[in-house]
Ligand binder design. Structure first.
Ligand code: PMP
Length: 389
């Protein structure tokens, strides 16, 4: 009897496999009974796990523990940050406008607690980087703004010039929020490096639990108004009994990825191998955002005449999980708003496939995917494939 090859998982930007350290920490936490707000010994033990994880995440982000607000994920962290009322170091701050880039995740594009008429979109260039001249223009057009820009794009991996953006927002007297979900574990992530007031993180993108995230403040003195109110958890910034096991797992991941240099270097080596192989198989392949700085693990590419919808199914049948655009928008037939904002032709955008590597990816995985891709592409568009002489 032959055993089927294990599935090939190349969709870490959608969700990453659970890291062993996170699994161990979560299983240990699940064995405990105790509400972290209870004063008895069982409660104090649960509280101990939550606070140890908070310390670990704060250390990884270069902030004080009190600056970490645990949430149910980055969608909630983003919505929490996009508030029209902030507590500032010298009193309340009421940003009148929200400026977001054209390539943000839907949870930022929805505008959080701002109304649509208060929202302006910052354009991006053909490589997906935000246009700083357009940001300058928008900042000069009205009153104090909250600016929200992602650190790196989930579909293309394109990295935004955050230090330049942060300096401009600071000069304008505005507030700056960064959705750092895809940068975590791949680039150093610290709000102070970018002059950001808050950054959003998601545990499941880095090998922790799904449904777990955090809003990390540069300083606990400057914070958005609470989204969930009720009990006094998270220093009155996020009511509700904490998800102790998921928080403990997030803490374990934070300890592991605090220094991500070695893992990132390996991811970049694998990604380069992949893109070289891709161009060798399909000369017409286009890699989106390849002239910009990109995350080391992400490759969003298209081969003309190889529609993503069909290629995705064919890859799946051969055992490989990849994505067309972001997981949040797959299942919908529309083209990616990210590629549209970059001015990519709609026909080509419909051929866009994203592969995203992570801590489980090996060189053998890359080789296996290239073989599989050659077969898929040659079936869907024989002319696109370079055959060995
Ligand atoms: N921002 C970005 C850039 C993302 O990629 C995602 C996940 N697709 C989110 C926010 C939302 O994260 P979560 O799944 O934790 O709500």
């Amino acid at each position: 009897m032959t055993t089927a090859a294990p599935r090939l998982y190349l969709d870490h930007n959608a969700t990453a496999p659970l890291r062993p350290q996170a699994r161990t920490a979560m299983l240990e936490a699940l064995e405990l009974t105790g509400n972290p707000s209870s004063v008895h010994g069982d409660g104090r033990r649960a509280r101990g796990l939550v606070e140890a994880a908070r310390e670990a995440l704060a250390a990884a982000c270069g902030v004080k523990a009190r600056s970490v607000i645990f949430t149910s994920g980055a969608t909630e962290a983003n919505t929490l940050a996009l508030s029209q009322a902030w507590q500032g170091a010298d009193g309340p701050i009421y940003p009148e406008r929200l400026l977001i880039s054209a390539v943000e995740h839907p949870s930022v594009r929805s505008g959080g607690r701002f109304s649509p008429r208060q929202i302006r979109t910052i354009e991006v260039d053909a490589d997906g980087r935000i246009r700083l001249d357009h940001l300058d223009q928008l900042l000069s057009e009205g009153g104090p703004a909250l600016v929200s820009v992602m650190a790196a794009n989930n579909e293309t991996g394109v990295i935004q010039p955050l230090a330049e953006i942060g300096a401009r927002v600071a000069a304008s007297g505005g507030l700056f929020h960064v959705d750092a979900v895809q940068a975590a574990g791949r680039l150093p992530v610290a709000p102070k490096d970018w002059q950001a007031h808050a950054i959003s993180l998601s545990a499941h993108k880095v090998g922790g639990a799904q449904g777990m995230g955090a809003l990390v403040l540069a300083s606990s003195a400057v914070a958005p108004s609470a989204l969930l109110v009720g009990g006094g958890q998270e220093h009155h910034r996020r009511a509700g009994t904490e998800n102790v096991a998921a928080i403990a797992g997030f803490g374990a991941v934070a300890r592991e990825i605090a220094d991500c240099h070695a893992e990132s270097a390996e991811l970049l080596r694998l990604r380069n191998l992949f893109e070289q192989g891709l161009h060798h198989i399909c000369r017409s392949a286009v890699v989106f955002g390849d002239a910009a700085l990109r995350l080391p693990n992400t490759s969003c590419f298209a081969v003309p005449g190889v529609p993503a919808e069909l290629a995705l199914i064919a890859c799946d049948l051969k055992g490989a999980s990849v994505s067309s655009g972001s997981a949040c928008s797959s299942g919908k037939v529309g083209v990616s708003h990210v590629l549209a904002a970059m001015g990519v032709d709609e026909t080509l955008a419909r051929c866009a496939i994203r592969v995203s590597f992570g801590w489980t990816t090996t060189e053998a995985d890359v080789a296996r995917f290239l073989d599989l891709w050659g077969e898929v592409a040659s079936r869907l568009n024989p002319a696109a494939v370079q055959h060995a002489a």
